[in-house]
Design a protein around this ligand. Structure first.
Ligand code: GDP
Ligand code: MG
Length: 320
């Protein structure tokens, strides 16, 4: 590797969209390197232009494949696209998806696309702080759309809606007869519903089941100005993507300059703040308690104190 370049010195290159600089800063952010903290702060102040799209849905629903095809369509529409996969098993780096039918290498060799896989989750479960930093870095590097693909299980699925402007919820035929999003509790977070694998004959009933569920839900929530559309796509055949791109554009336009948009931006900021505070708290707790763990554990093991009291004792002196 080349000589060490400080994050401050990397910044102008990141702002110029230089991919190697972007990659280096992303790694430092992911490692929570204190050296880059100030630069990340500066980046945060400059970010806020990109449209962040969260993509969730159970494993196997076709998210990764869809993201690859969607990225290609967004590129054709002239956008630069950043992809963050919070899934170590995402096939983006593998070269091909769906038996070579979708060539990731086409995207990988395109300067207007940047793909990054990141560690699954933060120490507390759920969306990692580093993922949110990565969004800022890609934002200031000039990527217009940032697509975040979640793992498909756990806390990330709900949290993604607090980190993105537009949330896509992917449902697929053939993964059980219920709409999976309902079971996963993520039906409500969708700004856009996608039924993937529309080339399959059973996709039509997934679409109609989903629409029916949404109509039922609508009765209780009739005043919302945005009605999440249901879009059927086939990554295999490349169908439905013009509609999907246009739905993303419509939702973006809906948010721009509206109260709903301001509320969304504020929600993202609040989520960001709480995530950061949680991480700081955890770190302080670890530091302040490290020297006392053994002694308190001894007393707990001897049943001199209760677990609750032991916990309180460990918390004593944290970051006061
Ligand atoms: N028939 C069909 N299969 C698809 C389509 N998109 C994805 N798949 C298949 O669905 C499976 C899961 O895809 P993947 O993108 O990895 O899903 P993820 O786990 O949600 O990211 C793979 O076997 C894909 O080949 C599609 O448009 N049509
Ligand atoms: Mg995937």
């Amino acid at each position: 590797m080349s000589r060490f370049v400080s994050s401050r010195d990397l910044l102008p290159r990141v702002l110029a969209g230089e991919v190697p600089a972007v990659a280096r800063l992303l790694s430092r952010a992911e490692a929570a390197d204190p050296e880059c903290r100030e630069t990340l702060g500066e980046i945060y102040g400059r970010a806020g232009k990109a449209h962040v799209v969260g993509i969730t849905g159970v494993p196997g629903s076709g998210k990764s494949t869809m993201v690859a095809v969607l990225a290609a369509h967004l590129r054709k529409a002239g956008h630069k696209v950043g992809i963050i996969a919070i899934d170590p098993s995402s096939p983006y780096s593998g070269g091909a998806i769906m038996g070579d039918r979708i060539r990731m290498s086409d995207l990988a060799s395109d300067e207007g696309v940047y793909i990054r896989s990141m560690a699954t989750r933060g120490a507390l479960g759920g969306m990692a702080r580093a993922t949110l930093d990565a969004v800022d870095i890609l934002d200031v590097a000039g990527f217009d759309y940032i697509l975040i693909e979640t793992v498909g299980v756990g806390q990330d699925e709900v949290e993604i809606a607090s980190a993105s402007h537009t949330t896509l919820v992917v449902s697929a035929p053939g993964l059980g007869d219920e709409v999976q999003a309902i079971k996963a509790g993520i039906l409500e977070i969708a700004d856009v519903h996608v039924v993937s694998k529309s080339d399959r004959p059973d996709a039509r009933s997934t679409v109609s089941d989903l629409k029916q569920m949404l109509t039922l839900g609508m009765a209780t929530d009739a005043k919302t100005a945005w009605r999440p559309p249901v879009i059927a796509t086939s990554s295999l055949k490349g169908e439905g993507f013009d509609e999907l791109v246009s739905a993303l554009g419509q939702h973006k336009a809906f948010l721009e300059g509206s109260d709903a948009g301001r509320a969304r931006v504020r929600r993202i900021a609040e989520f960001r703040m709480i995530k950061t505070a949680e991480e700081l708290l955890r770190r302080r707790f670890k530091e302040s308690s490290a020297g006392r763990v053994a002694a308190v554990a001894d007393r707990l093991a001897a049943r001199e104190i209760s677990p609750y009291v032991a916990g309180e004792q460990l918390l004593d002196g944290i970051g006061a």
